[in-house]
Design a protein around this ligand. Structure first.
Ligand code: PGA
Length: 246
């Protein structure tokens, strides 16, 4: 089975409405013929609606960077999966390391958000990754067990995983293709243990952390790497398009 690559652009807290519109004006023609992969852009909440409008009728999909697990209620400042879906999004990032580091997100919260995303009909991109290289396997095992291992087989079949070593995010120090592939293989092994060989073989595992147009090709040459979650280099339409068109 061929895993179709997913190339995601996580804008984090960058770009207002005008900047979002002008990004898509430049970006749309650059990826018009990019049929080899799924393209998903994750703008800040306030830009979602305009991003959905700007990409209507194209192959570019839009996702949110986070969600809250309740359907609705007195949760000041939060946004639910159904609200994100209603605006026209298809995806949502869950458990990004910046959410874990600055906003107290736990593995248990990541699981709840993943379930809420699936319930709302969104595809969750579930992020995991170690802070320090030396204890990668222990951290990945724990994150997988708590945040993903508790899903049902049917739920697991609908998620995408992003391996994002924290030491590589925003540092210009991307993992080497071999190191990233080894980590992906390790995560796929966890998936096999919990969900069986076929499910493990089907799940897409994206790499994230300082991906640039220069290293996209060598990373994608690894059969274990099924696409990227790109931060900094997704803000510029030309640089993100050259990653999409690796
Ligand atoms: P970066 O961010 O590409 O700027 O390192 C990746 C991410 O945080 O998803």
């Amino acid at each position: 089975m061929m895993r179709i690559p997913v190339i995601g652009g996580n804008w984090k807290m960058y770009k207002d409405l005008a900047e979002t519109t002008s990004f898509f004006e430049s970006f749309r023609p650059l990826v018009e013929r990019s049929e080899h992969c799924e393209i998903v852009i994750f703008p800040p909440f306030l830009d979602l609606e305009i991003a959905v409008t700007a990409t209507c009728g194209t192959r570019i999909q839009i996702g949110a960077q986070d969600l809250y697990w309740a359907k609705e209620g007195a949760f000041t400042g939060e946004v639910s999966g159904s609200m994100i879906r209603a605006v026209g999004c298809s995806h949502v990032i869950v458990g990004h390391s910046e959410r874990r580091q600055y906003f107290g997100e736990t593995n248990e919260g990541v699981l709840k958000k993943t379930l809420a995303a699936l319930d709302s009909g969104l595809t969750p991109i579930v992020c995991m990754g170690e802070r320090e290289k030396k204890n990668a396997k222990a951290v990945l095992t724990e994150q997988f067990r708590c945040a993903i291992g508790a899903l049902s087989a049917g739920q697991f079949a609908r998620i995408v995983i992003a391996y994002e070593p924290v030491w590589a995010i925003g540092t210009s120090e991307a993992a080497t293709p071999e190191d990233a592939a080894n980590a992906h293989q390790f995560i796929r092994g966890q998936a096999k243990g919990s969900f069986g060989a076929e499910a493990a073989n089907n799940v897409r595992i994206l790499y994230g952390g300082s991906v640039t147009p220069n290293d996209a090709k060598s990373l994608m040459a690894q059969s274990e790497i099924d696409g990227f979650l790109v931060g900094g280099a997704s803000l510029d339409p030309v640089s993100f398009a050259s990653i999409v068109n690796f």
